[in-house]
Design a protein around this ligand. Structure first.
Ligand code: ADP
Ligand code: MG
Length: 259
């Protein structure tokens, strides 16, 4: 019997990182924001990304989320080489990014923002495509309800939401479209303590749903609390890549202040 072989092959696929960046670099003109860096995101893990202002954290995630092309280096998703020309390319491969400045259209409703670029079509009249607004509102409300947001309607314009609620809409979008990885670049900046806790809870909730996350924050305690693995950067380089069990929050703090 060939049982071993049939069991082995799927597990090999599962062991592949979802995202693997190899030797990625970024130059902005004469500024070398990112030196050759390897970075991976595995299945079912929250990766905490820390480092001082200007360390290159945002540059690294811009490169792996399609916002900026790397100057050099390769990126693979599920073992396949990819070249992202836009964040939309990355979204199609299951990589969703939540920037400090949110990628949303504030004047539009929650449901329009959840379905942005991926609107379900009800019917066509010649070249005209009519969106299925009812379906969008119903599905948006379902996603948003699961996040305990206290919103009455999916038709509320995003401009009327708080910062924390806006983050939640993007998280709802990632859950609805079953993203593989959600990247959160300092999602708790400018949020109240209550809103911050909600974003932390929602990130853990993503992981419960089998969605991995990259969580960038200045707050060492939040990162230590949330992450399975912690990557530290300084001056455009990775200076540590450790499992959470192997480092205390205090040592993490020391690592950054000494670097
Ligand atoms: N668009 C840009 N043009 C020129 N320099 C940039 C640009 N974006 C970032 N940098 C520089 O690259 C370095 C890394 O920045 P960044 O990746 O934003 O760091 P972090 O997110 O860790 O604070 C910094 O020195 C920053 O000034
Ligand atoms: Mg940044």
């Amino acid at each position: 019997m060939n049982v071993g072989a049939s069991i082995a092959s799927p597990s090999v696929t599962m062991d592949l990182p979802i995202i693997r960046a190899r030797g990625v670099t970024k130059w902005y003109g004469a500024v070398n924001a990112l030196k050759p860096t390897d970075f991976e995101v595995n299945r079912n893990e929250i990766v905490g990304l820390i480092g001082d202002n200007g360390a290159g954290k945002s540059t690294l995630i811009k490169v792996i989320s399609g916002a900026h092309p790397p100057t050099e280096g390769e990126i693979e998703v599920d073992g396949e080489p990819v070249v992202f020309r836009s964040t939309r390319d990355a979204m199609r491969r299951g990589i969703e990014t939540i920037y400090q400045y949110n990628a949303m259209i504030p004047q539009m409703s929650i449901s329009r923002n959840i379905f942005i670029g991926r609107e379900p079509i009800k019917y066509r009249i010649g070249p005209l495509r009519i969106m299925d607004l009812e379906h969008m509102n119903r599905e948006a409300m379902r996603s948003v309800e699961s996040l305990d947001l206290n919103l009455r309607s999916a038709e509320t314009p995003v401009v009327d939401l708080s910062g924390g609620q806006r983050q939640s809409v993007v998280i709802a979008r990632a859950m609805h479209f079953k993203s593989k990885v959600v990247i959160l670049d300092e999602p708790t900046n400018h949020l109240s303590v209550k809103e911050t806790n909600k974003v932390l809870d929602q990130t853990l909730h993503l992981k419960d749903q089998g969605i991995s996350a990259v969580f960038i924050s200045h707050n060492m305690h939040h990162v230590h609390q949330m992450a399975d693995r912690i990557v530290a950067m300084a001056r455009g380089q990775k200076i540590a890549d450790v499992r959470k069990e192997d480092i205390s929050a205090d040592d993490l703090y020391k690592l950054l202040t000494d670097s």
